[in-house]
Design a binder for this molecule. Structure first.
Ligand code: SAM
Length: 185
């Protein structure tokens, strides 16, 4: 089966004023995305941030829940967190995947914005998931920069409901995307 990876990217992302920032990691993102990764059988979940202090925060969270008291307290959380890796950049993430899966991943960007050259969920589910490996990247703050999305090999179509509003939390977006791509129907 295809090696599918997920990356939560904290830089480069936009802030409210469309300036490029490095967003702070949140515990809820770490846990929710780790559990999603475990649920959909992903090969790994990368927390991407260039900030060393954030890397340390993430490592401390993982250690707490993977060993000692945290592990005793909640086994399932420890299991999900075993999928988490840390990386400073998307390129570093791709290198780690090349090392793990033996090939550079196809990088699929995600965005709430419409635009040209989007790949549908059905096309991705039918075709691309046969390729190996795939890296899905999601943004934080106000989203991945235009350059980051443009640099992806493919851009997934935006999730849409019946209204014009579609600014989902990254946790909700990850859940919907993973279920559309890998959910058992
Ligand atoms: N601060 C917000 C939070 O706590 O969730 C993060 C918002 S961030 C812009 C949301 C990320 O989820 C986007 O970078 C994108 O990867 C994804 N996303 C959000 N809405 C989406 C949609 N409608 N379709 C596809 N992806 C979406």
């Amino acid at each position: 089966v295809t090696d599918v990876y997920l990356a939560l990217v904290h830089h480069p992302v936009y802030n409210k004023r469309r300036q490029i920032i490095a967003a702070a990691l949140t515990t809820i993102d770490l846990h929710d995305m780790a559990r999603l990764s475990a649920t959909y059988g992903l090969k790994g979940f990368f927390v991407v941030t260039p900030l060393e202090d954030q890397i340390k925060v993430a490592q401390a969270m993982i250690d707490h829940w993977s060993e000692g008291w945290g592990r005793e307290y909640n086994q399932t959380r420890a299991e999900a967190l075993s999928l988490v890796s840390l990386a400073h950049t998307i390129d570093e993430t791709k290198e780690q995947i090349r090392h793990n899966s033996g090939a550079m991943p196809i990088v699929a960007g995600t965005t709430a914005a419409d635009g040209s050259g989007r790949t549908s969920f059905d096309d991705m589910r039918r075709g691309l998931l046969r390729e190996d490996p795939i890296l899905l990247i999601l943004g934080t703050a106000w989203g991945l920069t235009d350059e980051t999305v443009a640099a992806c090999d493919i851009i997934l179509e935006p999730i849409k409901g019946p209204t014009r509003y579609n600014h989902l939390s990254v946790r909700a977006a990850a859940g919907i995307i993973l279920d559309r791509l890998l959910g058992i129907r």
